[in-house]
Ligand binder design. Structure first.
Ligand SMILES: [Ca+2]
Ligand SMILES: [Ca+2]
Ligand SMILES: [Ca+2]
Ligand SMILES: [Ca+2]
Length: 664
């Protein structure tokens, strides 16, 4: 950017200018000359440059030299600025050249920043305010020849053409000195006073002195317009006694950049760099770190939240640069938007996941943090306190509910039916719960059943978290085993005994009933002589029975007889007892019951059968015997045909006895 020297330049424009501290190298620049010459052309010249680094270089001719600057290092013409001190700009120079008529050509240019000369005596006399690009050109000439000077009454003039900017001073002095120029010492630059001038003051006399502070302009191009005319006169008639001294100083300001104002923006705002003011000479270029965007506007989010330092550097065409810095502060005062977090539920436990990140007004991902546990294994309702922190000091909380609630009942088991013959006992069953694990069933029903039947045990399974389930268990007590079949001994009863023929009730054992007594439909006592099969039934009362047969014999009566006249008893048809046909034959016998004669009661029956050829025929007689001393039947055989007959006695116990008789 081009500008004129020393004008304030505003860059950016959006933000008002605020003057701040001047940040510069704070080094006034010096470049200048000093010289002394007599009109004869004898003297010395010196140039001095001091760089911004504080290093000076001074080049001085030897004293009492004719045309002193002409013998200086032949750089460019009369330029005597070589070598420049370290840190000096190549464009800095100071030149002086003495002319043969006692005039001077001189110039100085000290572009900022920091080069210069030091003329202590001059600067004690005059305060020079440094300026940008201070420069000065100067030429002077004595207008009279020695003859003209003498003819003019020992007076003359010096024409000065000079042009200078601010920050300069030109000091012209003249002395009348009649001594040897070889005696005039050089100025010691390390002392304030000019030793050469002091010598001239002491050994000569001051004739004129002109001290001009820039800016000024004397004489136009070619020196034809408004030059500075310095008149002088000497006591002597010899103009060669004039010693003409010149001192020039140029002081330049260094390049400076005024501290820009700081920028404070919200993170969602765009902004531009502030205006930058600088002081410099010539074209100044500003550069920034970080570099601005094309168009100069930073969209929101270009800079991070916080303070970012920005350095602005002004650079002139000479390579001088100066920097300043300001800050761009991006603020964030808006906390992140906290999401509504869903309630998390679980029956046995809940593991809380990391919530999805949210966004912040200043961009970026904001992740929630919490110091609460993320695993909950106890029943209950809990709150996880999440915090969304944008990292810029803004936080937003979000609470998340966690409910651990067992709402599922235990899984009811399928309970097997419990069976038993005589009794059954159930064992306590268990169920499985997803949360509580193994659940032991409870019931108010009995666990043991001793009676026959079908029962239901109602089990309840409670998980302890308010959830129950039930299961019924069937219990069947059923006796399916009949009593043991007993082996019953045969019994014999004497029919005529005083004890009735009543067999004792037999017993057996049953798996459930224990001792089971037999029952029978056979009437007791048994009165029928002989053997009776008694069918016993053993019933356990549970629908199971066993039968066993017992043979009971009722012993018959004892027959005694046949008494005489039948006598010998033959049971063979082929060997009958022979008696006479036509007689009354008593059939006599006794019946005993044990040792006791049966004399009463049911009488024996006497039967007589006709047997022809030992084959049974008719039975003409069947009568009851009569007891008189013994049982008898008087068989009147008269009228009976001769032949064989079977006489049968049927005793009350139905047992029989018989005898074959032959009537002849
Ligand atoms: Ca000195
Ligand atoms: Ca924020
Ligand atoms: Ca449960
Ligand atoms: Ca049984």
């Amino acid at each position: 950017m081009k500008k004129s020297c020393r004008s304030f330049v505003k860059i950016g424009g959006a933000i008002s200018l605020v003057l701040g501290l001047v940040v510069s190298q704070n080094q006034s620049a010096f470049a200048g000359w000093t010289g002394l010459i007599s009109v004869k052309g004898t003297g010395w010249a010196s140039v001095n440059v001091r760089s911004s680094t504080g290093i000076s270089n001074r080049v001085t001719t030897v004293n009492n030299l004719a045309l002193p600057s002409a013998s200086m290092a032949p750089t460019n013409g009369y330029k005597t600025n070589a070598p420049l001190p370290s840190g000096a700009l190549a464009t800095t120079y100071s030149r002086i050249k003495a002319l043969s008529n006692g005039g001077w050509l001189a110039s100085a240019n000290c572009t900022n920043s920091g080069d210069g000369t030091d003329n202590a005596e001059l600067q004690q006399r005059l305060t020079i305010t440094p300026s940008d690009c201070a420069s000065m050109t100067f030429e002077s000439a004595i207008n009279q020849s020695p003859a003209e000077f003498a003819a003019n009454g020992n007076s003359g003039t010096i024409t000065v053409n000079a042009k200078a900017t601010a920050g300069t001073a030109l000091w012209l002095r003249g002395f009348e000195y009649t001594g040897s120029m070889a005696d005039v010492p050089l100025d010691n630059p390390d002392t304030v006073e000019n030793e050469a001038i002091e010598y001239l003051k002491a050994h000569g006399s001051s004739k004129f002195e002109t001290l001009i502070a820039g800016p000024f302009e004397f004489g136009g191009p070619g020196g034809s317009t408004c030059p500075l005319i310095i008149p002088f006169s000497l006591s002597s008639t010899n103009i060669e006694h004039l010693v003409y001294t010149t001192d020039g100083v140029t002081l330049s300001l260094p390049l400076v950049v005024l501290t820009p104002s700081n920028v404070v923006v919200k993170c969602d705002e765009s902004f531009s760099y502030p205006a930058v003011q600088y002081l410099g000479c010539g074209t100044i270029t500003l550069s920034y770190v970080p570099a601005p965007l094309p168009g100069g506007v930073f969209p929101a989010g270009t800079f991070p939240v916080g303070v970012t330092p920005v350095t602005v550097t002004a650079t002139d065409v000479h390579g001088n640069s100066a920097s300043s810095s300001f800050t761009v502060t991006v603020t964030d005062t808006v906390p992140p938007v906290a999401p509504v977090l869903p309630t998390l539920t679980g029956e046995s436990s809940v593991t809380v996941p990391q919530p999805a990140p949210t966004t912040d007004n200043c961009g970026g991902i904001v992740r929630a943090t919490t110091t609460d546990p993320l695993l909950y294994t106890n029943q209950g309702t809990f709150t996880v306190h999440w915090n969304f922190d944008d990292g810029h000091g803004n936080t937003n909380p979000a609470n998340q509910s966690v409910i651990v609630d067992d709402v599922t009942a235990p899984v009811a088991p399928v309970l097997a039916t419990v069976t038993g013959q005589c009794s059954a006992t159930v064992t306590v069953p268990t169920a499985t719960d997803a949360v509580a694990g193994t659940i032991t069933g409870t019931t108010s029903d009995p666990l043991t059943y001793n009676s026959q039947g079908t029962f239901t045990v109602r089990w309840t399974f409670n998980d302890g978290n308010g959830n129950t389930n039930t299961a019924n268990q069937t219990v069947i007590v059923k006796d399916t085993i009949p009593p043991v079949r007993p082996t019953l001994a045969n019994l014999t009863f004497a029919m005529c005994s005083s004890a009735p023929a009543t067999p004792p009730t037999p017993t057996t054992t049953d798996n459930c009933k224990g001792v089971v007594s037999g029952t029978t439909t056979t009437p007791f006592p048994i009165t029928t002589p002989g053997t009776t099969a008694v069918n016993w039934t053993f019933n356990d009362g549970n629908g199971n029975s066993t039968t066993a047969t017992q043979n009971v014999t009722v012993a018959g009566l004892t027959f005694k007889g046949f008494y005489s006249p039948i006598g010998t008893v033959s049971n063979l048809c082929s060997a009958p007892v022979v008696i006479n046909q036509g007689s009354v034959t008593p059939i006599k016998f006794d019946v005993f019951c044990g040792t006791f004669p049966v004399t009463t009661g049911q009488p024996p029956i006497v039967k007589i059968q006709v047997w022809t050829g030992c084959t049974e025929g008719a039975e003409p007689v069947s009568v009851a015997a009569v007891y008189q001393n013994d049982w008898h039947y008087n068989w009147d055989t008269s009228g009976w045909a001769k032949g064989i007959y079977k006489v049968i006695v049927v005793m009350p116990d139905q047992t029989t006895r018989h005898v074959f008789v032959k009537l002849k």
